[in-house]
Design a protein. Structure first.
Length: 312
């Protein structure tokens, strides 16, 4: 595992791409943080000293959903492109050790990306007295979220030798689970009126994603197309059900319990909910378990998919 880890980490920094990704990430996220924070404070934060890390942590999940898949897309796809994948699979090393070596290399690169932004909180200290507790919690939340995205990217990278395709699919998934948190308000309102329609909406999105993924990496294209069409039809059906829902007092009262249960379930799987809790310094068991589960799930899926090919 150590040899794989060193090989992958060396691959990041042997070419200008690794430093370019870190540099681009730092420039983009710091510029957005400063500009958006300046807009929110009326553009006079240099005079008021109101610049904070709130904007940085607010936009990080969206930026990471694009940048982290770009970092992790090469972890397996590069081996497939260079025809070293077969060599790795024939080594007398368990698949999980190879996978963890690659994953830890991605984690170290993620840590370097976050470390490169550390100048921002120190810049804040020139304008006032920042609260270092929430800042530390925010960086912990960023690392945990990024670690989950690395696991997602690692899994998708193992499905195809096309790095651009691996990046696109991983980015779609990461943006989807981040966007799920923003959809909570919309689904909450829908769930109070018609929990069935909200549940169909919630399930149709991953159904379409699974169909697209199956169309890319699977052999049965017709089945994959059927799954995609089924997902779209389910989404349309949810709109019809929602628009035709009875708005009477008895109906709302009868569905409120189911709607509330759906909202609570959505809160448990929404990435942003757990991210924001830890960012505020509330490091509870639910948030940690969620991110650890996300990481373990996709690392396991990666090992399982590789094992199925290794011994097929």
């Amino acid at each position: 595992m150590g040899a794989i880890f060193r090989r992958e980490l060396k691959g990041y920094f042997d070419s200008p791409m690794g430093f370019g990704v870190i540099g681009a990430f730092v420039v983009v996220i710091m510029l957005l943080s400063v500009l958006l924070d300046a807009t929110g404070s009326g553009g006079d934060w240099f005079e008021s000293g109101e610049l904070s890390m709130r904007t940085f942590f607010g936009i990080f999940p969206w930026v990471a959903a694009v940048v982290v898949p770009a970092v992790s897309m090469r972890l397996w796809s590069e081996d497939r492109r260079q025809a070293t994948f077969e060599m790795l699979m024939t080594l007398p090393i368990p698949t999980w050790r190879i996978t963890l070596g690659k994953y830890f290399a991605g984690l170290v690169f993620l840590f370097c990306m976050l470390l490169a932004t550390i100048a921002l909180p120190f810049m804040l200290s020139q304008f006032g007295e920042p609260d270092w507790g929430p800042i530390a919690g925010g960086y912990l939340a960023c690392f945990l979220l990024g670690a989950g995205f690395v696991a997602v990217g690692l899994f998708v990278s193992g499905l195809t030798e096309n790095q651009a395709l691996a990046f696109f699919l991983a980015m779609l998934f990461c943006l989807g689970i981040v966007g799920l948190g923003e959809m909570r308000g919309l689904l909450s309102e829908m769930a109070r009126d018609n929990p069935q329609a909200a549940m169909i909406h919630l399930l149709s999105v991953p159904l379409v994603g699974l169909g697209i993924l199956a169309a890319v990496v699977g052999r049965d294209k017709m089945l994959a197309l059927f799954v995609v069409v089924l997902g779209f039809l389910a989404n349309v059906g949810a709109h019809v059900i929602g628009s035709g829902a009875t708005q009477g007092e008895e109906t709302v009262r009868g569905t409120s319990a189911g709607g509330e249960a759906l909202v609570q379930a959505l809160a448990q799987v929404a990435v942003l909910e757990h991210f924001r809790e830890i960012q505020r310094g509330v490091v509870n068991t639910n948030g940690l378990v969620f991110f650890v589960t996300l990481i373990v799930l996709f690392v396991f899926l990666n090992v399982w998919s590789l094992e199925s090919r290794r011994y097929s």
